[in-house]
Design a protein around this ligand. Structure first.
Ligand code: FPP
Length: 233
């Protein structure tokens, strides 16, 4: 199988999973966090180099206060809970998103997990948190305007522009998976997904299994990527 170097996942359907069971939405997120833990393990087994998980979007602030608070705390708990696995498997963590607007305790964990794992090199796990693709592009434009105002000459090419994104050294995702049957990107990696292969499954995120993951990778494996060029044969 051809293994994608970078897989990004929109982990959707936690709320519906909980609702179908008559449970509060947060139970779906709890279970979803466990599935994310499993996905890290499957990715390590397959030799995937970068795994990105959309965990909290800049639009998620619109949710009820209790749910937002729960997701903030889940971020902190997950970092604490997963530290052992990260060390054992040499996984580097990077957080993708806007620091502005996040509570102090979340920012502290953000810095802590990045610092503690920065020398690990087996895989990079990217947690998109307080992330929005359009905001990322606006933030990049704002940085460029700032530099130009300070007298720097910026010649805009695609390569130069990407250096102003939040994580310029991370390669674009080869495969984006979205669960729960929705077929849209919802402001995820807008710049980076230009040539990504997309895979949609009806499975709700808390029910996502290794078999589902392998099915997505297998589908990717069979696709021919031309990046606007012509096929070889
Ligand atoms: C989308 O489902 C899911 C989220 C907004 C949160 C995803 C979080 C996790 C899977 C846990 C990992 C979390 C952290 C903080 C690392 P939804 O709530 O939109 O589901 P619905 O569409 O069925 O309502």
């Amino acid at each position: 199988m051809k293994i994608p170097r970078h897989v990004a996942i929109i982990m959707d359907g936690n709320g519906r999973w909980a609702k179908r069971r008559g449970l509060p939405r947060i139970k779906g997120h709890q279970r979803g966090a466990q599935v994310l833990h499993n996905t890290v393990k499957w990715s390590l087994e397959l030799g995937i180099e970068y795994l990105t998980a959309y965990s909290f979007s800049t639009e998620n602030w619109k949710r009820p206060k209790e749910e937002v608070e729960f997701l903030m705390n889940l971020f902190i708990q997950m970092v604490d809970r997963e530290m052992e696995l990260l060390k054992k498997e040499r996984v580097r963590v990077k957080i993708l998103g806007r620091k502005k607007g996040l509570p102090e305790n979340v920012l502290k964990k953000w810095n802590e997990v990045e610092e503690k794992t920065c020398n690990f090199d087996r895989m990079t796990l990217i947690i998109a948190f307080n992330y929005g693709g359009r905001k990322e592009i606006l933030d990049a434009v704002e940085s460029i305007i700032g530099e130009v105002r300070n007298g720097k000459e910026v010649i805009l090419t695609e390569e130069i522009f990407r250096r102003y994104l939040y994580l310029p050294d991370v390669p674009d995702p080869d495969l984006i998976i979205r669960t729960s049957g929705e077929m849209r990107l919802s402001n995820f990696l807008i710049w980076q997904s230009a040539y990504s292969e997309l895979y949609f499954t009806k499975r709700l995120w808390p029910d996502f299994t290794k078999k589902d993951f392998l099915r997505a990778i297998e589908s990717y494996s069979k696709r021919e990527r031309r990046f606007g060029g012509l096929s070889d044969g």
